[in-house]
Write a protein that binds this ligand. Structure first.
Ligand code: AMP
Length: 399
């Protein structure tokens, strides 16, 4: 079975074509800067990468270009589009009632649309991708894989906020959580690697990319999570503040005359590593600046690690046990200094760092970065959201 996976952002489309017989990637790529005069298609197939400037005024045109590349006689891998059996779509927000991946029909489209208010940056482009792909490939099944699904069964004590009841019953204000596909992916892989059954594994999974989130996993199921109603809550991120006192918002509105739009933009796009360091939202830049003596960058890195360690401590206490802490995402998979600091912060919980392993397990490698006899193992497990979406899509279609 050939599964085409589509992940649409506001100005980008990421894609991968899988042969599910051996889960190999036949082609993959990224179309970025959709809607601008600088749109570029990065397409890889057969070990070759092709970067070409393209005209992609919208997602529909963009998807057309991607499908052309996939079937191109020179850089493509398919003779024609009929070889694609089904399409898996990443959808960020499935709201409260979606607990699993689903075949896309009018009802699912309505769910994606209805939840756009809760994920205004993500659901509208996801929907644009679905519409474009369904019109380009109308004869095959399309499946929605929701980022919120793995987190949809959190207990009420973890998903409810201590706010008036009708904010929840009428306005659906609750913790939804995000990055669920990534947390599920590393949970399944960790169970396999630790030789535990998925139903028995207890983990703290930590996704550290541009967005950062953490999940407490008990018996293979998510029981708490750091992101909330939106992806703003929780850990310090590239440009998002994570946890703050909500009163900061009223205070700054009054003191600095900021509008709701200003506050939304500042907390989501001008805070986090970028806001504190004044240097960059990219961890590599912050670490370099900190090494060069920039005190703000050093503080940004310290805040980032401190929040992670603090959350792990909290999750450790609510779990029935913890077989491992799992680090993933661009920073979790690659950043030696950040991983070293996290392990140091977890010493009291029993993590015994292994510096040699920390040096070796980078660039897509999997393994522990603690010693074999570390009471609390810390593992690095690369996430593969696209493969997870492909597997889910295959499972839904075969059912
Ligand atoms: P992601 O959103 O998963 O692509 O992760 C992006 C983040 O990963 C950025 O903050 C990057 O600085 C960070 N990152 C990627 N590669 C490295 C690396 N080799 N060392 C440190 N951070 C990295």
């Amino acid at each position: 079975m050939k599964v085409f996976v589509v992940n649409c952002g506001s100005s980008s489309i990421k894609y991968q074509l899988f042969e599910m017989a051996d889960e190999s990637v036949l082609a993959k790529g990224l179309l970025e800067r959709i809607g601008t005069s600088e749109a570029v298609l990065h397409h890889s197939a057969g070990g070759q990468r092709h970067d070409s400037p393209v005209e992609a005024p919208d997602h529909s045109a963009g998807l057309g270009l991607i499908l052309e590349a996939v079937t191109d006689s020179r850089i493509g891998v398919l003779a024609n589009l009929d070889e694609i059996d089904c399409v898996g779509h990443r959808v960020v927000h499935g709201g409260e009632h979606i607990h699993q991946s689903a075949l896309i029909d009018e009802a699912i489209i309505a769910v994606v649309r209805a939840n756009a208010e809760l994920a205004p940056l993500h659901n509208p482009p996801n929907l644009a991708g679905i519409t474009a792909a369904m019109s380009a490939l109308p004869k095959i099944p399309h499946v929605a894989v929701f980022d919120t699904a793995f987190l949809a069964d959190l207990p009420a004590r973890a998903f409810r906020y201590a706010l008036p009841k009708d904010w929840y019953s009428q306005y659906h204000v609750r913790r939804y959580g995000f990055h669920g596909t990534s947390h599920q992916c590393v949970t399944l892989r960790a169970a396999e690697l630790l030789g535990a059954s998925t139903e028995k594994v207890n983990l703290i999974t930590v996704h550290l990319g541009n967005g950062c989130s953490m999940t407490a996993v008990a018996g293979g199921k998510a029981v708490d999570h750091s992101m909330g109603l939106t992806p703003l809550e929780g850990l310090v991120m590239g440009t998002r503040c994570g946890d703050i006192d909500p009163a900061v918002v009223f205070y700054m509105a009054r003191r600095a005359g900021l509008s709701l739009e200003d506050l939304d933009r500042i907390l989501n796009k001008e805070s986090g590593l970028l806001g504190v360091s004044g240097v960059s939202n990219d961890m590599r830049d912050c670490l370099t600046a900190a090494d060069d003596g920039n005190a703000d960058a050093a503080l940004a890195v310290e805040l980032f690690v401190y929040r992670i360690v603090k959350y792990i401590g909290a999750y450790f206490t609510v779990l029935p046990g913890c077989d491992a802490v799992v680090l993933t995402g661009g920073i979790g998979e690659n950043s030696l200094p950040i991983r070293r600091r996290i392990c140091q912060g977890l010493r009291r919980l029993g993590a015994v760092a292994d510096e040699e392993r920390n040096k070796i397990i980078v660039g897509g490698k999997t393994g522990p970065i603690t010693t074999d006899d570390s009471p609390l193992p810390v593992w690095v497990i690369p996430t593969d959201e696209e493969l997870m979406i492909a597997r889910e899509t295959q499972a839904v279609v075969e059912k």
